[in-house]
Design a protein around this ligand. Structure first.
Ligand code: GLN
Length: 483
């Protein structure tokens, strides 16, 4: 069932939250052996929350999200339920507090089914970097679901949760959404609080919702978004449309948008090219105009992203020293031995690679050549977008250059893995909102397209995405595995 169907069924009294939650728990438990999309499933807690939601509804105090089940990426801190961030380092970590996103969805009455699998510390594009095993793509279990929010994408695609939270630093909501045939929104940087969301690269990290259709993203997004004094980069804005969404209103559709098709993306579109060209025709038939635009510094986005993200990761992850946080090595000979072995044992290979490269690009003698240079490139990429948005209202691109690849295909080639992020890192560096939605299939595997809007214009993305999905049915298809 879609988020909207569940919300309506609960409001009409057709089903109780306990009934719906039980069905999703059954699906989650039955399918997780194959998909491995959940690191932790929380049946007792979910049923208790569902009972509370039903009682709240009976008192007439329900929101449209009250009683709707969902899953949280295991990067969001949950009080009383372990938060691993996909890492052995935090295997037994139980946070003493909830992330703001968790609090806000809980206050709305959403029911948490469990915590989803992810690449360790959100570093990866295939979910093969998880300390809790790889996730299988429900469309072909020999293939990856994408990453780092691969668990969230897979549980949504496999009918193991109606929606899930994800996080996106350089593509981690959009790329797995594309690989699993679901919709995912990376909001504007600053829109969703980062408080209690375990930090990877703080100038880029942003939480957002994932669900089959764009209309299923509206309620989750509206309740995730908002100012939070506990996140120093949280945006303080009055947004009546978000408040309206929280009450279950639908978005006003815009007519005659000017849509830009970046030449630098289309020339590398690969598997996705034909499907995006087809989407252009659909959007034109809906009354929008499509024109080519240029984003000349696109090619520099992946290298700049991996410098900036690595640098920020190397500082953020210094807190895991076996003393204040994280896995602690046994029987240390001295303090240095404690630090060294705790980090050696706790972190996986990719996380170590990021810490090493990140420390290198920040070190004396290399800072100017790498880190400062990457920041300059970041500014140029931001300017490319600002320039493009003086001519068009929204940009249309492929989300990924290829369909979901086979497990183990890229694990030996980090640069090829990083190249997966070619279409998603630019909007991240610019802090722009971007939506990925299904736009076709190739050999039975889903393809995704990306819509990018100016800062804080999620409304435009969501309205256009919903309009596109009224005219197409790619998002409505489900993998055989889940049927
Ligand atoms: N694939 C990118 C990386 O490995 C993006 C990850 C993310 O958005 N969290 O860094």
């Amino acid at each position: 069932m879609s988020v909207r169907d569940i919300s309506q069924a609960l409001a009409a009294g057709t089903y109780s939250s306990v009934e719906i939650t039980r069905r999703y728990l059954e699906a989650a438990e039955a399918r997780n052996g194959t998909i491995n999309g959940y690191i932790t499933i929380t049946p007792e807690l979910a049923l208790a929350q569902a009972e509370a939601a039903d009682a709240r509804r009976a008192r007439g105090e329900a929101t449209p999200l009250t009683g709707v089940p969902m899953a949280h990426k295991d990067i969001f801190c949950t009080r009383g339920v372990r938060t691993t961030c996909g890492s052995r380092m935090l295997e037994n970590f139980v946070s003493p507090y909830d992330a703001t996103v968790v609090t806000q969805l809980a206050m709305a009455g959403a029911v948490m089914l469990g915590k989803t699998n992810m690449d360790e510390f959100a570093m990866g594009s295939s979910n093969e970097n998880s300390s809790f095993g790889p996730v299988s793509n429900p469309w072909d279990t020999n293939r990856v679901p994408g990453g780092s929010s691969g668990g969230s994408a897979a549980v949504v695609a496999a009918g193991m949760a109606p929606f899930a939270t994800g996080t996106d630093t350089g593509g981690s909501i959009r790329q797995p959404a594309a690989f699993c045939g679901v919709s995912g929104l990376k909001p504007t940087y600053g829109r969703v609080s980062r408080y209690g969301m375990i930090a990877f690269a703080s100038s880029l990290d942003q939480g957002g919702p994932m669900a089959p259709a764009v209309t299923d993203l509206l309620l989750p997004f509206a309740y995730m978004a908002g100012f939070d004094a506990r996140d120093s980069t949280s945006a303080q804005r009055s947004e009546p449309w978000l408040e309206a969404l929280r009450h279950g209103e639908v978005l006003q559709q815009s007519d005659g948008l000017r849509i830009g098709l970046p030449a630098e993306y289309m020339s590398k579109a690969g598997d996705s090219g034909a499907a995006v060209e087809e989407a252009v025709k659909t959007l034109e038939a809906l009354g929008h105009s499509v024109q080519p635009v240029h984003l000349p510094h696109t090619e520099a986005a992946v290298p700049a992203y991996y410098v900036v993200a690595g640098a920020e990761a190397s500082t953020n992850l210094s807190r895991y020293d076996g003393v204040r946080f994280g896995h602690r090595a046994e029987h240390p000979a001295d303090l240095t031995d404690l630090y060294e072995r705790s980090r050696t044992e706790g972190f996986g290979a990719e996380v170590k690679r990021r810490i090493l490269t990140g420390t290198y690009v920040l070190s004396v003698g290399y800072y100017d050549a790498y880190y400062r240079q990457a920041q300059k490139v970041r500014r140029l990429i931001q300017q490319d977008f600002l320039q493009a948005f003086s001519d068009v209202d929204v940009l249309l691109t492929p989300t990924t250059p290829n369909v979901a690849f086979a497990k183990a295909a890229l694990t030996q080639d980090p640069v090829a893995m990083y190249a997966q992020d070619v279409f998603t890192t630019p909007a991240s560096l610019a802090g722009l909102p971007a939506l990925s939605l299904p736009c076709g299939f190739l050999d039975g595997l889903p393809l995704g397209m990306q819509l990018i809007a100016p800062h804080f214009e999620e409304q435009r993305l969501l309205a256009l995405g919903a309009q596109y999905q009224e005219a197409t049915d790619w998002h409505a298809r489900t993998p055989e595995f889940a049927s």
